[in-house]
Ligand binder design. Sequence first.
Ligand code: ZN
Length: 156
Amino acid sequence: MIKTDYEGLNPEQKELLEEAAKAMETAYNPYSGFFVGAALRTNDGRIFTGSNVENAAHGSICAERSAIVRANAEGFRHFTAFAVIARSSEFDTTEATAPCGACRQMLFEFAQLGNTNLEAILSTTKKDLVILTSIEELLPLGFGPGDLGINLEKFR
Ligand code: ZN
């Protein structure tokens, strides 16, 4: 895990974080007032973004899973990196926003599918603190498809 800031990122990392920041503003968040944006980079360099979408039954979907679902629907399942950024309607975050447990599990699933680790770029609202880590660091000893004897070959 590396702690840096926006200026410490390389151009690809900056681009991914900027796309996540744009997506953050599309959050549908009438209940929490919390805006989260995520961006996923595919192994061929495309970027898919997502934001959190809430509903009255509180069965919300996070930005990270929104981005995965969007990419999957477009036929892309192999990712190399993701970025997450958030803000409240009332305050900017002072800690880098990290994926929730459910999102870590789904990101791990797609890392397994792509036979790779995923770089994670986690930022505060103002990008004055950016944590560079990975899904393997965020979900150590993750339980995955291999533990169930699942062969993912036809989904690759
Ligand atoms: Zn989540």
